[in-house]
Design a binder for this molecule. Structure first.
Ligand SMILES: Cc1ncc(COP(=O)(O)O)c(C=O)c1O
Ligand SMILES: [Zn+2]
Length: 471
């Protein structure tokens, strides 16, 4: 095949097939069965989309087409309502919050844009508000339109501040789509195949978490920790940072959003290793900050403050793309260089969305709500798992919940069952509940933090019915 005389390789077979990753796939047999049953309106809208959008795993062709979103629900073009237990972790305040709508309308009418080199009251006010909530020592911010860009800025700052370029991160992690973010990420789907080579000097260690741990003891989340949990992984990180001696930054989600939690004391040990070796600690809280885990920042569970923190997703109130990198002022080393001069660097509409979202989270006490509703939901899911042989490790913090779908839950090391996981996911969709699968086997459940108890029960009920339907 040629394009304007340039040969284009169509030899896709030279790359191995992608592994299950961040989300469910859009090319499985279950997906084809789902597509075949779509209403004419949804199918037409999806086909029109697929005719113009670049195709890629886990997004296009699409699962469906939406005409509305309100509170905890998505509304398809044929009127079908889905409780949204995915929301890309961007819907902490639910969809279409009246206060956000009013604030954005007012902002649009007064100051819709600030060109680079100018500022505005709102461009500063939102930043002051966020920094006031931030972990100790973080007092500088840069706004970007997406998490991936914020990660790129954090990596550049770490290089500039340390004079080093290497990074350490975790296999199976995800930090975004840019070249830097994909390089520090650890999911094969985003790293291998046609896009390489990636950045050099991006070292990786096995993922954190106690269940199916690659190093050290493995146990389910409802079992007590072993004194050795996380010790071998922390030791490997310490060894790697020392033996290299020139690693600029370790970047990680303090709690993997899938979810996967670090063992107690793990982050304290890693923080010490970073300090001892002059390595900066970057926490990526893009999906987990702003109350998702029952704390404003997920790192609060660990009692460890990072040198750089990246937030995004829900910061824009489920409406406007907003992300940010937060840094200690000692890392404000850009001076006459430019690390992230983005067109929308001080965009007042983004700033207004972020400020209003922070205010709604505070005024509606969504962090406490997430903690309490999450505890309730986890108990419900665990009681369901106790009687379902296909539900394994069931874990959560706040309204970041995950249930592994396995071959035989009686065996704590049972392999996952991706086929059943997909069946359960599509059974849920048919009943009006949307969520995503992680690594092909984890039902990752992240409802809006504004969800009512009745809606939460509705979603959990649908999940239980779907599990029963696949027995
Ligand atoms: C942990 C983590 N980091 C970074 C990103 C990238 O954010 P964005 O999609 O806004 O670029 C994501 C998005 O899913 C994420 O979950
Ligand atoms: Zn453990």
């Amino acid at each position: 095949m040629t394009l304007a005389g340039t040969p284009i390789s169509t030899a896709r077979a030279e790359f191995p097939a992608p592994c299950p990753a961040e989300s469910d796939t859009n090319s499985s047999l279950q997906r084809r069965a789902w597509d075949a049953a779509l209403s004419a309106d949804v199918l037409a809208a999806s086909r029109r989309d697929a005719a113009v959008y670049l195709r890629q795993a886990v997004s296009t062709p699409c699962l469906g087409a939406l005409a509305g979103a309100s509170g905890s629900y998505l509304i398809a073009v044929d009127g079908t309502r889905y409780l949204d237990f995915h929301g890309n972790s961007a819907h902490q305040i639910g969809y279409g919050h009246p206060r956000l709508r009013a604030a954005l309308a007012e902002q649009l009418a007064t100051l819709p844009f600030v060109p680079r080199r100018y500022t505005s009251g709102i461009s500063v006010e939102w930043a002051e508000e966020l920094l006031a909530l931030a972990p100790a020592g973080l007092d500088r911010v840069l706004m970007t339109t997406g998490g991936s860009d914020a990660v790129e800025v954090a990596l550049k700052l770490a290089r500039a501040a340390t004079g080093r370029h290497k990074t350490l991160s975790f296999w199976d992690s995800f930090h975004g789509a840019g070249f830097g973010a994909a390089s520090v990420g650890g999911e094969q789907l985003f790293r291998n195949g046609p896009i390489g080579p990636l950045l050099s000097g991006t070292e990786h260690v096995p993922p954190l978490g106690c269940h199916r741990a690659v190093l050290g003891p493995s146990h389910r989340a409802d079992q007590p920790h072993h004194p050795e949990c996380g010790v071998a992984l922390a030791a490997l990180i310490d060894y790697t940072l020392r033996v290299q001696g020139d690693v600029a930054a370790l970047i990680a989600e303090p709690m993997r959003a899938t979810p996967a939690m670090a063992a107690p004391g793990f982050w304290q040990a890693v923080r010490r290793s970073c300090d001892d070796t002059g390595t900066l600690l970057i926490f990526d809280e893009i999906p987990t900050a702003l109350g998702r885990t029952g704390r404003f920042f997920a790192s609060e569970h660990e009692g460890v403050a990072p040198d750089l923190l990246v937030v995004g997703k829900g910061l824009g109130g489920g409406a406007i793309p907003v992300a940010a990198v937060l840094a200690r002022h000692e890392l404000d080393v850009g001076a006459d260089w430019a690390f992230g001069h983005y067109t929308h660097e001080k965009n007042p509409l983004m700033a207004r969305a972020a400020l209003t979202t922070l205010q709604i989270i505070a005024d509606e006490q969504l962090v406490v709500r997430s903690d309490e509703l999450g505890e309730y939901a986890l108990a419900q899911l665990r009681s369901l798992a106790a009687s379902a042989h296909c539900l394994g490790d069931t874990r959560g913090r706040g309204l970041a919940l995950g249930v592994d779908i396995v071959e035989d839950s009686a065996n704590p090391n049972s392999p996952g069952d991706p086929h059943r996981a997909e069946r359960i996911m599509y059974e849920c969709l048919r009943r009006g509940l949307s969520f995503k699968l992680t690594m092909g086997i984890t039902a990752t459940l992240t409802p809006a933090l504004t969800i009512s108890r009745r809606e939460l029960d509705e979603g959990l009920g649908i999940f239980a019915d779907a599990v029963a339907a696949t027995r």
